[in-house]
Design a protein around this ligand. Sequence first.
Ligand SMILES: [Zn+2]
Length: 87
Amino acid sequence: MGLFGKSKKEKELEMQNKLLKEMLAQQSAPKAKAPAKEKQVVWQCRYCGVKNTRWQSNGMPDPGICNKNGKMGGPKGPHRWVRIMTK
Ligand SMILES: [Zn+2]
């Protein structure tokens, strides 16, 4: 009985060691490379100063309608986007 008890305990220890080694292996294993973080670009309208932040790959914001672009009483022109910042 005594021998059996000992071997059982040894087995448990082996299991614990195995689990511990697996955990350590997982921790030291190189992590999967995260996709490169895309940059954000801040655009600002030259006329009205409104800002628009977009992902770089999305390019320039939609022209939209600018309240400051165009003559008084006339048709409104589009925003004029200028890149002011890249985050
Ligand atoms: Zn504008």
